[in-house]
Design a protein around this ligand. Sequence first.
Ligand code: ZN
Length: 211
Amino acid sequence: MNKIHFDGYKKFKTEYYQNNKELFDNLIDSQSPHTMVITCSDSRVQPTKILSAPAGDIFIARNIGNIVPPYKRTQGATQAAIEYAVNVLKVEHIVILGHSNCGACKHMYHIKTEEEKKIELSHVEEWLKLAYPAKNNSMLECFADPTKDKGEVTEKNNIQLSVQRLMSYPYIIEALEKQQIQLHGWWYDIGTGEMQVYSYETKMFEPILCK
Ligand SMILES: [Zn+2]
């Protein structure tokens, strides 16, 4: 068994925390993040690291597959986090941050072996049904153009599905009308570190250029 990260914590406490004491002092009583990030639980995706964001900047909700459920269809942690972020923290941006080689997107297509059927995954599979519209769209898209990468297409359609669902939440509709909030769809490539952002103009994901 691997060791728990005590050494990592000690390094954080003696170095990063000490060096940023003023920042942490200012955050003792309250938070005022400007952005909410809804991302996958995947261990390879580290939103605060990827965005070089200090404590207090980003309010994060994570779940398997960065899924936003339809409004009120289920009561759950993701909807509670969105409600709090928009109605109490008044975040100005919500980013749906998906990523390459997403196990959640892959699992929707996976046909289980007899051995795999013995493993309990009932909650995962019920949860992933919320993303089936993205799967169905992706199957059609890849049927029309077999050169497309089904995994990447599904990940990107799943991001767009989550953004579209946010647009159906009544209090987000209101915030959008008042121009108090912006919604974003981002796709992060683990293999290259590249971030692609969905453009409402071109209807495509386009890379953020670093130079
Ligand atoms: Zn994932």
